[in-house]
Every structure is written in structure tokens, then in C-alpha cells.
Design a protein around this ligand. Structure first.
Ligand code: 7TS
Length: 416
């Protein structure tokens, strides 16, 4: 069954609003997505009817809040085919999940050890490793993007794995290029070389089916707010035995089994990693987002976005002076619906501003991936639009008209 974007749109109250008097065309989904009524109501229902702290109440509403929070983790585990909610740690976001890993796994990293990432990473999968490398005297290596400036150079990945890194941390999908990396192959190669494998799923998990068993990754990080859920909830998935072995990085209430004057023992998984009162409403709201996506079906999500991306790439290829970064229409299967572009003679910030006046929300800048944008694409900044389940072809047509407007306002003359 195909996805019906026009019916889905009706679940999103914000999409009925306007920006500068024009219908809101929201195309900044790689930054964060809008929330359906089902998620908003789930959170509101928690506040209105069973707001209480979890894990400690002996009374009905606290027990209900605990059950709903755990159920959200069960839904998340099921969504990515993990064994159990024990494998699902809730953090604040992908960034925090990656930082927790860098801090906790970092205890085992020694001077001279190598950590392998890539030049395609978001800053949140760069900076924590730089901090760890500085702290421990480790070496941070980057697998390069191939000469097509779009895909991972797999021969470079293989050659750098030959140096036996302790940790390999790679994005499953680029937030600038939209490229989907062959995470399963990278994981297998990295394991063959003795490395632990972390996958950054911030841009992939919301847009395609994810199966951690099939990937065989050791850890996976992603964010609720990029998949219809509330902000302030991130996921850190880890294999049981690895999470068991790791030390928590935050200490306090709820993460302990027992405390005496000088030392403590840790609670069972996943609570060992969740010190203090959790973002209860966030977790519960995220559960509703996962159910919403589950009802649509992730294969349908991917197919819908492929169709929109294919349509956008085709329309853009007909516009003189327009350059699209990343893989082209013949490689739709290897990309997500993130389309970064430049228009000759127009600064990306001007493009975003003129789009804004037309009611279209896109992002312009380095997209928290400065090494990629500056050194691989050789740009200071690019404009980016990104799709989700509620976008339709009409949105793409509006973008094409807005590009005409950009050219008119900035007096850009087409060469052909
Ligand atoms: N990894 C990737 C690949 C991302 O795209 C992002 C956020 C993150 C990690 C961090 O996620 P957070 O939830 O912790 O912030 N990317 C973007 C973006 O492209 N525009 O705004 C945020």
C-alpha cells in the first residue's frame, strides 16, 4: 500500500499554518520533523492524566507512567529489531549518545590507538572523538569521500581498517549529501579487523527500515525529533554484552543498585545509563511516533521519499545554473531525501531568505558538517531541502517556482 501524503498531512496541525501569509512548505526535515496529533495528544494525555515520576511510585499513576515509558522502549527495540528494551538507552539526542560512547568506551582507548571516522560525518560524530583523542593521545583517522564527492571511498575505508582502529564510527546516511553508506559491509570489514562499530543513524533510521541484527553493529545512535517524536529524546542502542561491560558516565539516582559511603553498584540495563529523572513525556511521546511510523510502514516511507527525490532531481536538472550535490537520480536507492544545492550567483543564505518569504522552510549553511562542506564540496555553505512523509510533489513545484523568484530578486541571468 502506497503512502498517502495528503491524508498524512491532515495529522499535522502545523502544516495548516502559514509563513508570511503563504501556506507553510516545510522542507527542513533533516534538522527536525513536525509532530502528528497522535504524538502531541500522547504527551498531553500524560500531563493531564498520569504525570508522575517513574520507577519509584507505589501508586497507580506512577506505575502507569513507568509502564508507558518501558513500552516506548519496547516499541523502539522492535522498530530496529533489537532483542529487548534492555538494549535501548534513552539519552537527549544522537549527539549525547555518541558522547556517552566516546566517554565510556574511551576508558579502554590508549595512547597511539586509532579511531576511524569519515569526512562525511556530522560534527556530533567528529568532536567527541577529537576530545577523546586529545585526552588519551589517540589518533583520529578519516576515511575519505570518493572523487565523485558523493560516496564513501570504500578502498580508503579498507586501507584505514588495515591500521586496526579500536573504534569505527560512521554515519549511515549523510545529512548534506543524502548518501546512504553500506553500513553492513563497513561493519563486517571493521569487525574482521577487530574494531568496535558505532553507526550514526540520525538520518537513516527515520527514513528506512533498520535491522540492527542484520547490520550487526555494536552500537547505533539516533534522535526522536527527526522521526516525528519530541525533542530531548535520543537513542543509544548497544549489544547486551557490551552495555553490560561498559561503565556509566553519569552517576546519581535511578542508575544504581546499591550505594554505600565509598562505592556503588550499577542498576540493570538499560537503567544503568539513565541517571536522574528521565525525559518521561519525551520517551512516551516517542513511543507514539514509532507507532505512527510503524502504521505507515518504513518501506512506504522510503518509497515515497525516493519518488519525491527523483522528481526534485529531475526538475532541478532542467534549471540552468543549478548544481545539486550528492548522488544523482540513477542512484536513488543509495540516497535519502536530502537534496543540497547551489545556484550560481546566489548565496545560500539569500536563497533561504527568499524561500522563507515564499513560505518555504529550508536550511542553508555548513549543516554541522564543516569538513565535508568546506573541504570535500569546496563550498562555504550550501542550501538544503529535505523530505518527510507529509511532503508532496506540489512542495517540489513550489521550490522550483521559488528558485525562479531567487533569480529574479538577485537579477541572475540564465546562461542558456
Ligand atoms: N548525525 C547526523 C548525521 C545528523 O544529521 C545530526 C543532526 C546529528 C548526528 C545530531 O543529531 P542531534 O539530534 O543530536 O542534534 N543533523 C542536523 C541537521 O542536518 N540539521 O540540523 C541538525
Amino acid at each position: 500500500m502506497a503512502l498517502d501524503a495528503d491524508r498524512i498531512r491532515m495529522d499535522f496541525p502545523i502544516l495548516e499554518s502559514t509563513m508570511h501569509g503563504k501556506r507553510l512548505v516545510y522542507l527542513d526535515n533533516a534538522a527536525t520533523t513536525q509532530k502528528p496529533r497522535q504524538v502531541i495528544e500522547k504527551i498531553s494525555d500524560y500531563y493531564k492524566t498520569y504525570n508522575a515520576n517513574i520507577h519509584r511510585g507505589m501508586y497507580e499513576i506512577s506505575i502507569r507512567a513507568t509502564e508507558e515509558y518501558v513500552r516506548s522502549k519496547e516499541l523502539t527495540a522492535n522498530f530496529i529489531n533489537a532483542d529487548s528494551y534492555r538494549n535501548i538507552v534513552y539519552t537527549r539526542n544522537t549527539t549525547e549518545s555518541l558522547n556517552v560512547l566516546a566517554m565510556s568506551l574511551g576508558e579502554e582507548v590508549n595512547k597511539g590507538d586509532t579511531i576511524l571516522i569519515s569526512t562525511m560525518e556530522h560534527h556530533s560524530n567528529i568532536v567527541p572523538w577529537q576530545m577523546l583523542a586529545k585526552r588519551k593521545g589517540a589518533v583520529l583517522e578519516y576515511a575519505r569521500v570518493a572523487d565523485d564527492r558523493s560516496s564513501m571511498d570504500m578502498s580508503d575505508v579498507e586501507s584505514k581498517l588495515g591500521k586496526k582502529p579500536r573504534i569505527v564510527s560512521i554515519t549511515m546516511a549523510s545529512n548534506v549529501l543524502g548518501t546512504v553508506n553500506d553500513a553492513k559491509r563497513i561493519t563486517k570489514l571493521a569487525h574482521d579487523n577487530g574494531a568496535l562499530v558505532i553507526l550514526d543513524g540520525a538520518q537513516s533510521v527515520p527514513h528506512m527500515k533498520t535491522n540492527v541484527k542484520d547490520l550487526d553493529c555494536d552500537f547505533l545512535a539516533f534522535s526522536s525529533h527527526k522521526m516525528l517524536g519530541p525533542a530531548g529524546i535520543g537513542v543509544l542502542y548497544g549489544k547486551d554484552e557490551l552495555l553490560e561491560e561498559m561503565n556509566p558516565v553519569l552517576g546519581g539516582g535511578d542508575m544504581i543498585r546499591s550505594v554505600d559511603f565509598q562505592s556503588s553498584t550499577w542498576n540493570e540495563l538499560p537503567w544503568k545509563f539513565e541517571a536522574g529523572t528521565s525525559n518521561i513525556e519525551g520517551g512516551i511521546g516517542f513511543g507514539a511516533a514509532i507507532e505512527y511510523l510503524g502504521d505507515i510502514g518504513m518501506e512506504n516511507v522510503k518509497r515515497h521519499e525516493d519518488e519525491l527525490t527523483g522528481y526534485a532531481l529531475k526538475r532541478f536538472s532542467e534549471i540552468p545554473g543549478m548544481k545539486v550535490h550528492g548522488l544523482k537520480a540513477d542512484r536513488i536507492n543509495d540516497r535519502i531525501g536530502v537534496v543540497s544545492f547551489s545556484i550560481e550567483g546566489a548565496h545560500p543564505h539569500d536563497i533561504a531568505q527568499i524561500f522563507d518569504s515564499e513560505g518555504i522552510a529550508i536550511r542553508a549553511g555548513h549543516h554541522c558538517a564543516m569538513p565535508l562542506v568546506n573541504s570535500v564540496l569546496n563550498e562555504d555553505s550550501v542550501a538544503r531541502m529535505s523530505f518527510y512523509v507529509y511532503n508532496n510533489k506540489e512542495d517540489v513545484d513550489k521550490v522550483v517556482s521559488a528558485i525562479d523568484r531567487v533569480k529574479t530578486v538577485l537579477r541572475i541571468k540564465s546562461k542558456n
